[in-house]
Design a protein around this ligand. Structure first.
Ligand code: MG
Length: 259
């Protein structure tokens, strides 16, 4: 009888230790911030044509500047009507063939008018300002329907995912074209891989400043605290997010390399 009681006692202790371990395991929710919610600002009507020294990454004609991230084969996203639409069944994320360090980027994106879903599963994509390799999270400027779509604010459009909440919500309604203009200052590293200078990002969303020379703490991670990993130059990546909502489109993508 006594042995039986001891066994139950031991089992209870083991179960409680396991529960504690599960509670200690990092979760996506640990790094979500929901409040305060950025003020809504209605953007002006903007257009942006590339300046003379821009490298055209997508001008409406083809995807020659891009490859699939997973195997560097030609992309199978859809080019139609001068726009590029995510193909969620077509091999996932894409990235530029060219590699960049510091740059100015212009990119336009459109959430479909008939978008469905909510929170992170509503028009989710992303512009990864440095796609630092398979297995890395990289540095994501979030793309999402943030027009009357509540989510954690450090994961809404205009956020540097889970690090920088946008200074305002400049979202246009689904069906309208939106733009990001980004200044990316790449991080630099010492020979031993330690961080020398951090990455900075400045972002205008539909012409509204939403990230002001924000100093990143490392890669933008889905789970856990950000950290840096040494890289020199990297492609720019676009995300084919796995949610079930209608795929979003891009157009007029150009970049200017900075010293
Ligand atoms: Mg995303």
């Amino acid at each position: 009888m006594r042995f039986f009681q001891l066994s139950i006692f031991a089992a209870l202790i083991a179960a409680s230790a396991a529960a504690q371990q599960a509670a200690d395991k990092p979760k996506p929710e640990d790094t979500e911030i929901w409040k305060p919610v950025p003020a809504v600002v209605t953007p002006g009507a903007t257009t942006n044509t590339p300046p003379s020294d821009a490298i055209l990454l997508f001008d409406g004609k083809n995807t020659d500047e891009w490859v699939k991230v997973k195997d560097h084969t030609p992309v199978t996203w859809l080019v139609h009507d001068d726009i590029l639409t995510v193909n969620k069944d077509g091999g996932g994320n894409i990235e530029t063939k060219r590699r960049f360090k510091n740059y100015q980027l212009h990119i336009e994106w459109r959430i479909p008018e008939n978008i469905t879903g909510s929170s992170q599963a509503r028009g989710n994509s992303g512009v990864f300002l440095a796609s630092t390799g398979p297995g890395d999270d990289g540095y994501e400027l979030q793309v999402l329907d943030s027009y009357q779509n509540a989510t954690y604010v450090n994961g809404m459009a205009g956020s540097l995912y889970k690090q920088a909440i946008p200074l305002a919500n400049a979202a246009r309604r689904p069906g309208e074209w939106q733009s990001y203009d980004v200044v990316w200052t790449a991080p630099t590293f010492n020979d031993d891989g330690s961080l020398k200078t951090p990455a900075y990002a400045t972002v205008f969303w539909n012409g509204v400043l939403v990230e002001d020379h924000f100093e990143l703490k490392g890669q933008t991670l889905y789970i856990g605290k950000p950290f840096y990993k040494k890289y020199d130059t990297a492609p720019i990546k676009l995300q084919a997010h796995g949610d079930k909502s209608e795929p979003i489109s891009f157009r007029n993508i150009w970049v200017r390399e900075l010293p």
